[in-house]
Design a protein around this ligand. Structure first.
Ligand code: GAL
Ligand code: ZN
Length: 670
């Protein structure tokens, strides 16, 4: 697969110079050079300046910005500016404005106020992109296209008439006949049958819960609608500039957009990373492994991170010394080849004036934030030649599936305590704690290279997945899944023959009933022998499990199903399949995964004290670069694998045991 920018780590940020005079721009160029900036994202919200009245385009200012960047050797990640239509547009075409599930039509006056299925929006957006693409196709500053901005961020779904019409069309393509829609949606129940296409609606506000398959299809349809907007721009840009890579900034833990589906259309994966102040290091790490996994290990980019505080959390503490550098280094450690900020210069007015920026309100290079950014920039410039061409190689795959996410969280459902992303994170944390490299991939991915596949809460089994998982285990792979998995097919119909439906044979179990627990209820997982011996808390979920060929590794400790299996192991072909029938406390997940990894022959990159994270990026010719990150507040001693190393940040030679201060980072080349 092609690697764009093979020799550099991209560094910079969102640059919105339209807010200042050109004198300030010149100062920005000076400061960018000081901070080792080599790429900026521009034009993201400039539609209103580019097209102040219908069909009258003005590019003079953007020309000057592009020319200035070229002059200073700074790459432009040029945005298509379609994320926020001009105010006159909603007056001329009121149906551009999106409508909520409750039927409220949104107004302009903030941003992203467009319906993704509005023909007027699409036509106007297409025309604008056509203009930009033709004008800048050959511009020397143009190095990457940034389509729109955070698709779906504020308008993840729209329920207007445009969407209703587009939904019907989407359904006709998917099912051909209304009869098949009725079948898939199970409309015989609750008198929901459709006799005319025009009666089919988006799942708008209803007296009781909307039909589950209709709701699921709407998630799918909205993902496709947003992607349709992306594809509209993609087609224009590929025609104009076949060799310029395309990206859009995806988001973390964002349910409306299926990252794996979108990845097929993106040349470079980029995403916006805004951890909450209390998020642990594993939680900050996980999205990197999703983004990297989405493109088969190709380097990704952090398109936005905040240099210090944001302005949209309930409270917005600034980043403590060392934290920003850690976020940057952890990104590179997990395979990113770029770290950019929102935004370059702090706004003096508008919605984000209290959001931190590289150049703060005070404006000089003497500021704490600026100094940190410049120092990290110098470090990345040092690392780039040794690191940009290296990759992470994982033997473990964590399956993440938007279809299961959409369907397992349907409400009202068995439990409103079930959070799909949290279940993935639970198993991710166990791998993270052991420094075990993991690719987070979709069930569609090729699994052949992996030794262990973990699929928490794989509720929906899409066509082909059952066979694929069976094949993987038959040939010696190790598989683990958890409660409420394997239950429904792609239409949300329960798979007959008893739970866990499609996974019954592979797991060698039968689940007679599942038992979602209230927050006041709990159970226990009891393990009688071996390394995991002990009693562990279990919450959220219990199940009545029967063995059908598997053996019990652990049993429930309480309630009427005490003594029934809680964790099972099944030999299948050359491999093994494990099942965890509850949500155990993290301590158990950690040790269980540790044991299963050892049995599956999966080695950690390095054994380290708690709080120290290590990853390994490898070059084509066996070069090894270790990232050692002390995520803790204590000094730590780390024993390195045998051999001698060069510390790339300060050219020291190190071997044996090294000592690291709190939040310190070592990048070691063998
Ligand atoms: C992102 C957005 C940026 C900026 C940033 C603030 O969601 O793409 O434009 O608003 O958040 O944290
Ligand atoms: Zn709409």
């Amino acid at each position: 697969m092609q690697q764009y920018f093979p020799d550099r780590i991209l560094y910079g940020g969102d640059y919105n110079p339209e807010q200042w005079s050109e004198e300030t721009w010149r100062e920005d160029m000076r400061l960018m050079k000081l901070a080792h900036v080599n790429m900026v994202s521009i034009n993201i919200f400039s539609w209103t300046l580019l097209e102040p009245e219908p069909h009258k385009y003005h590019f003079e200012q953007l020309d000057r910005i592009m020319d200035m960047l070229a002059e200073h050797g700074i790459y432009a990640d040029l945005a298509t500016a379609t994320a926020s239509p001009p105010t006159w547009m909603s007056r001329l075409y009121p149906s551009i404005l999106p409508v909520t599930q409750q039927g409220v039509r949104m107004s302009h006056g903030s941003r992203q106020h467009y319906c993704p299925n509005s023909p007027d929006y699409r036509r106007k957006a297409g025309a604008l992109v056509e203009q930009i693409a033709t004008r800048y196709a050959k511009h020397p500053a143009l190095k990457m296209w940034h389509l729109n901005n955070e698709y779906g961020c504020h308008t993840g779904a729209c329920y207007c008439e445009n969407c209703a019409a587009a939904f019907r069309k989407w359904l006709q393509e998917r099912y051909q006949t209304l009869d098949k829609v009725n079948q898939a949606w199970g409309t015989t129940f609750w008198s929901q049958r459709y006799y005319e296409w025009e009666d089919v609606l988006p799942p708008r506000a209803t007296p009781a819960q909307t039909n589950p398959t209709q709701t699921l299809d709407y998630w799918r349809f909205m993902n496709d609608s947003l992607r349709g907007c992306y594809e509209l721009e993609e087609e224009i840009l590929r025609r104009a500039t076949p060799s310029i890579p395309l990206t859009t900034n995806l988001m973390v833990a964002f349910k409306p957009v299926d990252v794996f589906d979108w990845a097929k259309h993106m040349d470079i994966i980029s995403f916006d990373m805004y951890p909450a102040p209390h998020d642990g290091a594993a939680q900050v790490a996980m999205p990197h492994d999703i983004m990297r996994g989405a493109k088969g290990g190709q380097p990704h980019i952090v398109m936005e991170m905040s240099p210090s505080q944001v302005n949209w959390q309930p409270q917005n503490p600034h980043k403590r010394p060392g934290q920003l550098r850690m976020h940057i280094m952890q990104s590179i450690a997990h395979g990113a080849n770029g770290a950019l900020f929102f935004q370059w210069r702090q706004s003096m007015a508008g919605a984000e004036k209290y959001h931190s920026a590289v150049v703060s309100h005070e404006g000089s290079e003497q500021n704490r934030i600026f100094k940190q950014v410049a120092q990290a920039g110098a470090e990345l410039a040092k690392l780039a030649p040794q690191v940009a061409n290296t990759r992470i190689h994982a033997k473990v795959a964590l399956l993440m599936d938007w279809q299961s996410w959409w369907s397992s969280e349907y409400q009202p459902g068995p439990s409103n305590q079930l959070r799909y992303y949290e279940q993935i994170l639970t198993y991710y944390k166990a791998l993270y704690a052991r420094n075990i490299a993991v690719d987070i991939v979709s069930p569609e991915a090729e699994l052949g290279e992996y030794k262990l596949v973990i699929a928490p809460l794989l509720h929906m089994i899409m066509p082909g997945v059952e066979q694929k998982l069976k094949g993987f285990v038959e040939q010696g792979g190790t598989f683990l899944t958890t409660f409420f998995s394997g239950i429904v097919d792609q239409n949300e119909h329960v798979i007959p023959g008893g739970y866990p439906g499609a996974l019954r044979e592979l797991l060698g179990i039968y689940v007679e009933e599942f038992d979602p627990l209230t927050p006041q209820m709990s159970n226990e997982v009891v393990i009688e022998e071996g390394e995991l011996r002990g009693r562990y808390a279990a919450t959220k979920w219990g199940e009545l499990v029967h063995l059908k060929g598997a053996q019990a590794l652990a049993r429930f400790g309480q309630d009427y199903y005490a003594q029934h299996p809680a964790i099972t192991e099944h030999s299948y072909g050359q491999g093994k399949a494990y099942y965890v029938a509850t949500h155990p406390e993290q301590r158990l997940v950690d040790t269980l995964i540790k044991q299963i990894c050892a049995q599956a022959g999966v080695e950690p990159v390095l054994d380290t004290p708690e709080g120290v994270e290590v990853t390994l990026r490898e070059g084509k010719h066996g070069e090894k670069v270790y990232f050692v990150l002390n995520q803790s507040k204590e000094r730590q001693q780390i024993t390195l694998p045998e051999g001698s190393y060069t510390s790339l940040l300060d050219e020291r030679k190190v071997q044996g045991t090294v000592e690291m201060g709190p939040l310190d980072v070592l990048v070691l080349k063998k």
